[in-house]
Design a protein around this ligand. Structure first.
Ligand code: AMP
Ligand code: MG
Length: 315
């Protein structure tokens, strides 16, 4: 537990941070980003769905997090780590959906050092019925380039104040396969490439071992998924992850088993899949990382009003 003097010092830091000009700018950018992206998707015919905070099922993720479990009314609930499965289910009702989805991922404490991880953040998460990876990539490129051009114009005075020279990249963005990137740069390929590049780029064809069971395995390349990450240039690292999804009952079972996970944990998804799910593709893009990139902040905390820093007491 924190001593009273430590807590007072911490709250003093909050007080000055909350009154800072940088945070005022961050919140203005945040407002514009959410409005621009929401309007963009509305014009593209998407339906906005409300976020899910608690559910008996959530994203297993491919890295360890601390996972509190709640017992409510005699049932076991988890906090949402991503809405991946709810997105697939929502497609039963609507052909194109998006959500500004709060995610709670109690990341390992050392992730605080990355400058890119919070334990509560929001992703703009979307999914499109019967779409391929390429459709999702084209959509994100349009949103991204449109947002950069809009920000340069509508937020010109704030960007000038921050000394930020924002680039509007040319579409289509460069695509690099995971295998190619790994061969050239080794395990640190993402940050090395991100530092080298001046335009955003894609990492595609990510292997099964590096991703969760729900991304679609390419029937033409065993062990390789039909998925993608969008990486910011200038060293800002990953912006978004997405891909096509497994939607057939027998394939989902096979993929859960390949990951050595327990099918019993995915009873709800499997029951729904046995009744029929749509093929789909989609992605999630982290809003705080996006605001951080637009403002050119060195760390993600600067882009959040009440940042949740892994390992710390945060209000
Ligand atoms: P994922 O599908 O796990 O890659 O998450 C989708 C997107 O959410 C990522 O590409 C990031 O932009 C964002 N994101 C993931 N984890 C975090 C985190 N701990 N803190 C802030 N943003 C995150
Ligand atoms: Mg990712």
């Amino acid at each position: 537990m924190m001593s009273t003097s430590e807590l007072k010092a911490k709250l003093g830091d909050y007080h000055s941070r909350l009154s800072s000009r940088d945070l005022q700018i961050a919140m203005k950018v945040h407002t514009h980003v959410r409005r621009y992206l929401g309007d963009y998707l509305f014009k593209e015919g998407f339906t906005e769905i409300p976020p899910v905070i608690l559910s008996p099922m959530t994203d297993p993720l491919n890295h360890p997090t601390l996972d509190p479990v709640f017992s409510c009314y005699g049932y076991r609930y988890q906090l949402t780590k991503s809405m991946i499965f709810h997105k697939q289910l929502a497609l039963l009702n609507q052909p194109k959906i998006f959500c500004f989805s709060p995610n709670l991922r109690f990341e390992p404490t050392e992730r605080a050092e990355s400058g890119r991880h919070l334990f509560e953040f929001t992703q703009l998460d979307l999914e499109i019925r019967d779409a391929r990876r390429e459709d999702a990539m084209a959509l994100l490129e349009g949103m991204y380039t449109g947002l950069m051009a809009y920000s340069k114009k509508e937020l010109a005075s704030e960007l000038k104040e921050m000394g930020r020279d924002l680039k509007v990249p040319k579409s289509p963005f460069k695509k690099i396969s995971y295998a190619e990137a790994y061969e050239q740069y080794g395990a640190s390929f993402e940050s090395d490439l991100s530092k080298e590049m001046y335009e955003p780029f894609w990492i595609i064809d990510i292997p099964l071992s590096a991703r969760e069971f729900y991304d679609y395995e390419d029937p033409e390349q065993e062990g390789i998924l039909r998925d993608m990450d969008l990486i910011y240039p200038e060293g800002f690292g990953e912006a978004s992850s997405g891909g096509e999804r497994e939607y057939e009952h027998h394939r989902i079972v096979e993929r859960i088993q390949k990951k050595e996970q327990d099918v019993n944990d995915y009873e709800i998804l499997l029951e729904m899949a046995s009744k029929g799910l749509y093929a789909s593709a989609g992605f999630g893009i982290g809003i705080e990382r996006l605001v951080r990139y637009i403002c050119g902040f060195s760390r993600i905390e600067a882009a959040a009003m009440f940042p949740k820093i892994p390992g710390q007491l945060c209000i």
